[in-house]
Design a protein around this ligand. Structure first.
Ligand SMILES: *Cc1c(COP(=O)(O)O)cnc(C)c1O
Length: 457
């Protein structure tokens, strides 16, 4: 027992090691000392449980490993070969070159974010972006906040605090990450009134539920699930008809904020902000980093007075969007205004990639990867958009060399520099070229060559 403790290398001795001296130079003495002490504490615990302490080289190697992990440049660039376009775990939408430059411009110096350069007076960070958003959606006004979840909270708090909000029973859903419509309503100070049934709800159900306490009708897009079979839901036009007749504003959570028609790509139609506006909703809410293809943001569009009420609510300041996201969003919206979204916005380039291009790429990778083939498959939209909707693609399929070893291969690809995230199907590693950015193509090819070299050993 005591000999175990005595065998633990002392701090002074550890600090003399070359590798540790280099770590101290790269980071700081205090930071490295902290890490050493933490590690030694853990070792003492395991020694008191009867384990042997590590020798000095092993301990130094462990400290190096931990410091490399903890103080690396983060988040790391990762290559998404999963075929899931809006991969929430990998940061949703990658940005266009123009958006990245706009972000850099906003970040690297001062900007006219809140100043009118003509008058030299204070301006609003919202006026420019709001005008662009109105232009692409046809809305009277727009307001941009941190994300769609906060946009919905703000809209409800501004228009329906202390009042009842009518929601279809089939739409009182959980969006993800604990964001549940009933909870959001409660948090924003409104009361949920559910109408209809899980599968069938009619406009007349809303009509019948309206009382003098009704603050709004809320329509929530089922963006991450699908109800099939014997179903019915009122159209937005029908809801607006009820709302206008009864003097109740209709709010619409669109989810994705898809400004382009998805049907030419063989996908189901996705609600479009332009359609919400022409249907006459009071407010519409959508994300910036889903099918819009921009940065994280929550966009509120709608009638001038309603947007003004949201803008002047104290919550608006609490969920204010930052300047870098704002800059990236403005640049993304310009792609739509210039009619160049499918060529400039990465997720739309991915969605519109042709099977021919994808097959060529999958074949080229299959030529260098161990025992691989190219084969038809499906890519997903992901990110809580278009559930169950897929696009035909071609993938490179690398079969497991021995049963159950696909995960080992996938792990090897994840430890590549840069890491490559693939998917596993039927004990084979699958790489979908659709979600791999053109600039990442050669990194994938080199990693596959390495995999082949390791396999032939
Ligand atoms: C994704 C989504 C949200 C949340 O949007 P965030 O921008 O992630 O906050 C809300 N409602 C719907 C219908 C969604 O699909």
């Amino acid at each position: 027992m005591t000999t175990g403790f005595r065998a633990i290398p002392p701090v002074n001795r550890i600090l003399e090691e070359d590798a540790i001296v280099q770590l101290i130079e790269a980071h700081s003495r205090d930071a490295v000392l902290d890490l050493i002490r933490q590690n030694l504490d853990e070792i003492r615990v395991s020694v008191s449980n009867g384990a042997e302490p590590p020798d000095l080289p092993a301990l130094v190697a462990e400290i190096e490993k931990r410091s490399n992990k903890r103080w690396r440049a983060w988040p790391e660039r990762v290559i998404n070969a999963t075929g899931v376009i809006l991969h929430t775990n990998l940061g949703r939408a990658p940005l266009s070159d123009d958006s990245i430059q706009a972000m850099q411009r906003a970040a690297s110096g001062y900007s006219d974010l809140e100043m009118d350069l003509e008058t030299g007076k204070r301006g609003s960070r919202q006026s420019h972006i709001s005008q662009l958003m109105s232009q692409v959606t046809g809305a009277e006004a727009a307001l941009v906040v941190n994300n769609n979840a906060s946009a919905i909270m703000l809209g409800l708090a501004a228009l329906a605090v202390g009042k009842e909000v009518i929601v279809s029973r089939g739409e009182a859903v959980e969006i993800g990450g604990g964001f549940r419509i009933p909870d959001v309503l409660r948090q924003s100070g409104a009361t949920l009134v559910e109408v209809g049934t899980t599968n069938r709800t009619y406009a007349r159900d809303f009509d019948a539920a309206i009382t003098e306490n009704t603050g709004a009708i809320l329509s929530v897009h089922a963006s991450n699930f699908k109800v099939m079979g014997f179903t019915s839901a009122p159209t937005l036009d029908e809801l607006v008809e009820v709302g206008e007749r009864r003097g109740v504003p209709v709010l619409h959570d669109l989810g994705s904020g898809c400004l382009l028609d998805t049907t030419p790509y063989g996908l189901a139609p996705e609600p479009m902000p332009q359609q919400s506006v022409s249907a006459g909703v009071e407010l519409g809410f959508f994300s910036g980093d889903k099918l819009l293809g921009g940065p994280q943001a929550g966009i509120i569009i709608g009638k001038k007075d309603a947007v003004a009420r949201a803008s002047s609510h104290p919550l608006a300041r609490a969920i204010r969007i930052d300047k870098m996201s704002m800059a990236a969003l403005a640049a993304t919206v310009l792609h739509y205004i210039r009619d160049e979204a499918t060529s400039k916005i990465p997720i739309w380039r991915m969605i519109s990639a042709t099977e021919d291009e994808l097959r060529k790429q999958a074949e080229a990778w299959a030529d260098v990867a161990p025992n691989a083939v190219s084969t038809p498959s499906r890519s997903a939209i992901g990110g809580g958009s278009l559930p169950g909707e897929t696009l035909p693609t071609w993938v490179t399929r690398i079969p497991s060399p021995q049963p159950g070893a696909a995960e080992t291969m996938a792990q090897r690809l994840r430890s590549n520099t840069p890491p490559i995230v693939a998917r596993i199907e039927d004990d084979a590693v699958i790489l979908d070229p659709r979600t791999v950015l053109p600039t990442d193509e050669s990194d994938v090819r080199n990693a596959l060559k390495n995999l082949a070299r390791q396999a032939s050993k």
